[in-house]
Design a binder for this molecule. Structure first.
Ligand code: KG4
Ligand code: ZN
Length: 352
């Protein structure tokens, strides 16, 4: 396919959930600046994301972050050839803030605009590079991408930009949701994945025989609701004192059950597709036990494992910028009636 070389770098916006992020990204994946505002402190007291609060905070943060990103990249608008914005899937009110900002700039600066699928951003994150990080030199399509975040647990077979096949997904909770709900039960903060990770370091992974949902079933889908219920049954009768004492073991055993299932399904996906290159991405890929086990798993079978740095695994506008710049260079454009969608478009993925 002929790519348009005149689009060298773009500005990208991410506001699909509770992180506001703006980036300047070049066509080779170089992140010239990425500036983000995290809203955990605003939503923490509610134990989950409050959508109205998220949109309001996006409106407050987005323009200062744009100024900051441009200033850090040392670029002016004359050096920017396009705009990208997450338009799906996500919280509609939150998406709207990024979309209105990007559409206004597209009109004012006379720049082409592209609406990006947030998950495609996560999937293409391994191509991002900066002064501290570059992808492995032999990294290329095709690969399997396991996207594990607060809202998603999806396995994709990725053969190119726009050639993304969804081959497995969670039938109930996402992996991050399973961590966060467990953290709440175990008396840890929100979002609790990182705290479970920390507590688990002092615990025994075999202390509690938690169920590994669908691990033996011959398909690539996940289920974490049985695990959550099993943990609830163990935790409920415990006094505060006993819970505190049991917490490291509970965390280690619970986390191990999730890691076992993720790796088992990746094994099945490799067997089914013959693709031996695997990308872990999304907030849960920051999990230290998963990283450690995945490294050993890949080394034992000589799979290529690529886990982007945590700053590109959690929600960020750099990944949206890379997906956007690839699509703009292919000549794709969104019209001014681009709107938010809570779900991915049917055309985004080829279903297995
Ligand atoms: O990708 P992300 O930043 O935002 C979403 O799109 O959801 O992922 C957030 C999720 C949360 O559920 C959080 O608890 C989880 O990633 N997470 C972790 C760790 N760090 C973040 N889960 C397990 N272990 C971690 N170290
Ligand atoms: Zn995400």
């Amino acid at each position: 396919m002929q790519l348009d070389p005149s689009i060298e770098r773009i500005v990208a916006f991410e506001t699909s959930c509770d992180d506001t992020s703006v980036a300047v990204v070049a066509a080779d994946g170089a992140v010239e600046a990425v500036c983000s505002a995290n809203q955990d402190l605003a939503h923490g007291p509610f134990g989950g994301i409050v959508p109205e609060l998220a949109s309001r905070n996006h409106t407050i943060a987005i323009l200062p972050l744009l100024e900051e990103a441009l200033s850090r990249s040392k670029r002016t608008w004359s050096e920017i050839q396009g705009l990208a914005v997450t338009s799906r899937p996500g919280l509609v009110g939150s998406l709207m803030v990024g979309i209105v900002t990007a559409k206004t700039l597209a009109l004012a600066k006379k720049l082409p605009l592209i609406g990006v699928n947030h998950i495609e951003g996560h999937i293409l994150a391994p191509f991002l590079r900066d002064a501290q990080h570059a992808p492995p030199p032999n990294f290329a399509f095709p690969y399997l991408a396991l996207v594990i975040s607060g809202g998603h647990t999806h396995i994709f077979s990725v053969r190119g930009v726009g050639q993304i096949q969804l081959i497995g997904k969670t039938l109930d909770d996402a992996a991050g949701e399973a961590f966060d709900k467990f953290a709440k039960m175990a008396g840890l903060g929100y979002p609790g994945g990182a705290e479970v990770d920390r507590e688990a370091r002092a615990g025994d992974v075999k202390a509690y025989p938690f169920p590994r949902g669908m691990i033996k079933e011959d398909h690539l889908n996940f289920s974490f609701s049985g695990l959550k219920t099993a943990a609830q049954r163990v935790i409920q009768p415990l006094s505060t004192e006993d819970l505190k004492a049991a917490r490291p073991d509970l965390c280690a055993s619970y986390q191990e059950a999730i890691v076992d299932v993720l790796l088992a399904k990746l094994d099945r996906a490799i067997a089914a597709t013959g693709i031996r290159r695997v990308v872990l991405t999304g907030g849960v890929s920051a999990n230290s036990r998963l990283r450690e086990r995945a490294q050993a798993w890949a080394a034992a079978s000589q799979y290529q494992l690529v886990v982007p740095p945590a700053r590109y695994c959690t929600d960020n506008a750099a990944m949206i910028g890379y997906a956007g710049v690839c699509r703009l260079r292919r000549g794709e454009r969104s019209a001014q009636d681009l709107g938010p969608s809570p779900a991915a478009w049917t055309a985004d993925y080829q279903e297995a």
